[in-house]
Design a protein. Structure first.
Length: 226
């Protein structure tokens, strides 16, 4: 082979080497990215739903759901709930469906196995309906609050500068925390934990809405049974 041929062969080998190296580098990057993505798909209770739950409440979420890893979802839950409540109030209707604030889908779970914190606008007569599920205990927090082994519910009234006319006709907020599948025992500790989890979400909602006096919610949940 002449000198020109040797030069061309050398350049070709160099190009092939660069392509192979680049391909290996991209594969490695893709593997790292996929690994990172897979790791971040599931998070602990302290990181789910935009870090809604502090360390102590996160432990209670894990206790009542009997899970420690949850599918990571969008952090837009609070924004979606506030928009839904605001739109519902401004519609003039007596109630509105609202939205989910935080869905807790455990790793490896099926449909209906998870838990959720939800908020909607309740009709005036709803708070007066005293029918409850077996095992339900009433508490003193809010306009009405209840807890059971499988969840909790909370009724509030919000007066806010953001809601025109609310000083005469408050926004009625209904919050619920429900657990689909759990082996948590039906004890006062479980019921208190469920209501505390719901209180955490509700406090975020009323603060975001600018409700006067946090719609009657204390900064620390009042877990006094009636």
């Amino acid at each position: 082979m002449n000198i020109v041929g040797l030069a061309r062969a050398g350049r070709l080998a160099a190009v092939v080497g660069l392509v192979m190296a680049a391909g290996a580098g991209l594969a490695a990057c893709g593997s790292d990215a996929e690994g990172k993505s897979a790791e971040e798909t599931f998070v602990g209770a302290d990181k789910v739903c935009g870090g809604l739950f502090g360390a102590s409440v996160a432990k209670k979420v894990e206790a009542v759901t009997a899970d420690s890893e949850f599918f990571y979802r969008s952090d837009e839950g609070l924004k979606t709930v506030v928009e839904g409540l605001t739109d519902g109030y401004e519609s003039g209707r007596s109630w509105a469906t609202g939205a989910d604030m935080c869905e807790l889908s455990p790793k490896g779970s099926g449909a209906g196995d998870g838990a959720a914190v939800k908020f909607s606008m309740y009709a005036p007569q709803d708070v007066k309906d005293l029918r409850t599920d077996p095992g339900t205990v009433s508490y003193t927090m809010g306009k009405r609050s209840e807890a059971r082994a499988t969840g909790a519910s909370l009724y509030l009234e919000c007066v806010s500068p953001r809601l025109k006319g609310s000083e005469k006709k408050p926004l009625r907020i209904y919050g619920s925390f429900t657990v689909g599948e759990s082996d948590a025992p039906d004890t006062p500790e479980t019921r208190d934990a469920n209501l505390e989890i719901l209180h955490t979400g509700a406090l975020s909602v009323v603060k975001e809405l600018g409700c006067e006096n946090n719609a009657g919610l204390p900064e620390t949940p009042d877990l006094t049974p009636k």
